[in-house]
Design a binder for this molecule. Structure first.
Ligand SMILES: [Zn+2]
Length: 488
C-alpha cells in the first residue's frame, strides 16, 4: 500500500520544547536541533494525516490546500501546510494525502444502532402502526444482549465505513452498547432508554430509570469516548411525572438527555388530548429543558417554540430520511437555524431509514428545505456540512471537544478519496462533499487519534464474524416472524 508509511525519524530532539505545544511556535524551532539518541523514541508523535485539502470546519471556515494534521495522544497538536508539518514532526504512522480530503469525523446525532438487525422487517407504515404493531412486539420478543451486541457492531461497522465517528444512541441494554463502542473505538453518547411499557430490558418507567441509574454509575467518567446519558423515549410513551423523574435523575448525575420531540402529527394530537398543550409546551412547563437536551426530529414546532428551543440551547437533530419515509413531515430546519437553534443531523434507526448513511442525510436535508421553501438558496452546502460536523457536535454538547479540526481538540477526522468519476473534476471541495460524496468514498477514519479504518480496511471490527453472527441471528428472527404470521 502506498497510502501510508512508517515515517522515518529524521531528527532526534527537535531542540524546541514548544514545538509540541503550539504550531505557532514552529518558526522558532530549528530543524538542525541537537540529536539526543536516548530520547529518540519519545520524539515521534503518533500520527500525521495529510490531505490535498483540509476542510477544518472552524468558525472561519478555513480550508488548507496541501495540508497536514499532527496528532499525538489523541489530540490535534498542529495543523498547517504539509511541508510545515513534515518539517516539524516525525510520526509513527502517516496517512498520505494524494486525492484525499481531510475533514472532521461526522456526528450522527440520533440513532438506534442495534436496529440494523430489524432493517426491512416492516416498511411503508405510519409511525404508530410501525411502532406498536411491529417494532415494539418484535423488540420484546427478540432483543437481548446478544441482539444488541451484534446489531450495534453492525451499526458501528456501517458508520465507520461511512465516516461517522460519533453517534448518539438510544436503545436497550446500554452497557452492551457501550462495550461495543469501547471495543470498536468510536465516540458515543449512549442512552439508557426510559419507556413506560414492558421493554426488552425493563418492565416500566420506574424500572428503566432505576436500571438507567446503574448504567450511568458504571460508565460516568470511565471512558473519555463514552458518555452515558438518559433516553426517555417520548411524551406518548411516558407521562409528565415520569418525564420529570427522568430529568431529575439526569440532573443528579449531570448528564444530558436524548428524546424524541414533536416528531409526528400523532404526537401533536396525543399531546393536545392528554396534556392540553403541545409537546414542547409540555417540556417547558415541567422544566424539562433546564438540563442539556438533545431533541430528535422537532418536525412541528411553532414560531414561539423555535425561539424557546434557541433560548434553552436545546440541540435539535434533524433526521430527513426517517421523516420522509414515515411521512412525519418537513422540519423547519432553515427557520430554526435562522433563529439560532443548535442543529445537527441524524439517521434515526436503520428500521426507519433504512441505512446509516450521513451523506444521504446531508443531501436530503438540503433538498427538503429548498423544495419546501421553493428557494434554492436556503441551507447551502457549507451549512449542511456544518450540521453534520461542528454544528452537530455543539448540538450534542461536544462542541468544545470535537466537530472541527483545531489545535487542542480530540483527533476525530476522516479522509475522503476524491478519485472516483463523480469527483472529477472538482471545482469546489465543499460542494462535492455535500452533493456528490457517498459512503464508498470514505477512505480512512481516525477517532481520538486511533486509526479505525485505513484505506477501506476496518481495523477494530472483525467484519467476517459480525456478518456471520448477524446472518445467523436474522435467520432465527425471520423464521419466528414467519411462524407468528402463519399463526395469525
Ligand atoms: Zn428515533
Amino acid at each position: 500500500m502506498n497510502d501510508s508509511r512508517i515515517a522515518k525519524k529524521r531528527r532526534g530532539n527537535f531542540g524546541c520544547p514548544f514545538v509540541f505545544l503550539s504550531f505557532f511556535m514552529l518558526a522558532a524551532c530549528t530543524p538542525e536541533a541537537t540529536e539526543t539518541p536516548a530520547e529518540e523514541s519519545g520524539d515521534q508523535i503518533d500520527l500525521i494525516v495529510n490531505g490535498a485539502h483540509i476542510v477544518t470546519m472552524d468558525a472561519q471556515g478555513t480550508v488548507i490546500e496541501n495540508g497536514a494534521i499532527a496528532v499525538d495522544e489523541g489530540v490535534i497538536l498542529a495543523i498547517g501546510s504539509a511541508a510545515e508539518i513534515e518539517a516539524a514532526y516525525s510520526a509513527i504512522e502517516t496517512l498520505d494525502g494524494d486525492n484525499r480530503i481531510v475533514m472532521p469525523g461526522i456526528v450522527n446525532g440520533h440513532s438506534h444502532a442495534a436496529m440494523t438487525l430489524l432493517r426491512g422487517v416492516a416498511d411503508d407504515l405510519a409511525l404508530m402502526d410501525w411502532l406498536q404493531n411491529y417494532i415494539f412486539p418484535a423488540e420484546v420478543e427478540f432483543v437481548d444482549t446478544q441482539f444488541v451486541r451484534i446489531g450495534t457492531e453492525l451499526a458501528c461497522w456501517e458508520m465507520i465505513r461511512g465516516g461517522t465517528t460519533t453517534f448518539v444512541d438510544m436503545y436497550y441494554y446500554p452497557d452492551t452498547i457501550a462495550e461495543v463502542v469501547d471495543s470498536c473505538g468510536m465516540r458515543a453518547l449512549v442512552s439508557a432508554t426510559v419507556i413506560d411499557q414492558r421493554s426488552p430490558d425493563a418492565e416500566s418507567a420506574s424500572d428503566s430509570i432505576a436500571k438507567g441509574n446503574g448504567f450511568i454509575e458504571r460508565w460516568l467518567g470511565q471512558n473519555s469516548r463514552i458518555t452515558p446519558i438518559f433516553g426517555p423515549h417520548a411524551n406518548y410513551t411516558l407521562n409528565a411525572e415520569q418525564l420529570k423523574a427522568t430529568r431529575a435523575a439526569a440532573m443528579q448525575y449531570g448528564v444530558p438527555i436524548s428524546i424524541h420531540v414533536s416528531e409526528s402529527p400523532f404526537e401533536l394530537q396525543y399531546s393536545q388530548d392528554t396534556y392540553g398543550m403541545t409537546s414542547i409546551e409540555l417540556y417547558e412547563s415541567i422544566g424539562f429543558f433546564e438540563g442539556p437536551t438533545i431533541a430528535a426530529h422537532v418536525v412541528w414546532p411553532t414560531d414561539d417554540e423555535i425561539a424557546m428551543l434557541a433560548e434553552r440551547k436545546v440541540g435539535v437533530i434533524h433526521n430527513p430520511t426517517s421523516n420522509m419515509k414515515i411521512a412525519s413531515g418537513i422540519s423547519p430546519v432553515a427557520q430554526m437555524l435562522e433563529a439560532g437553534v443548535r442543529m445537527g443531523l441524524g439517521t434515526d434507526g436503520a428500521a426507519s431509514n433504512n441505512d446509516l448513511d450521513m451523506w444521504e442525510e446531508m443531501r436530503l436535508a438540503a433538498f427538503l428545505q429548498k423544495v419546501d421553501r421553493m428557494d434554492p438558496e436556503v441551507l447551502p452546502a457549507t451549512t449542511v456540512l456544518g450540521m453534520a460536523t461542528s454544528g452537530g457536535a455543539t448540538a450534542i454538547g461536544l462542541g468544545d471537544t470535537i466537530g472541527s479540526l483545531e489545535v487542542g481538540k480530540r483527533a476525530d477526522l476522516i479522509q475522503v478519496a476524491f478519485e472516483d468519476v463523480h469527483h472529477v473534476p472538482t471545482y469546489d471541495v465543499i460542494s462535492h462533499l455535500v452533493y456528490v460524496t457517498d459512503e464508498q468514498d470514505v477512505a480512512s477514519v481516525v477517532v481520538d487519534g486511533r486509526v479505525l479504518m485505513k484505506e477501506r480496511e476496518l481495523l477494530t471490527i472483525d467484519t467476517e464474524r459480525v456478518a456471520a453472527e448477524a446472518t445467523a441471528l436474522a435467520a432465527k428472527i425471520h423464521a419466528a416472524l414467519q411462524e407468528r404470521n402463519q399463526g395469525d
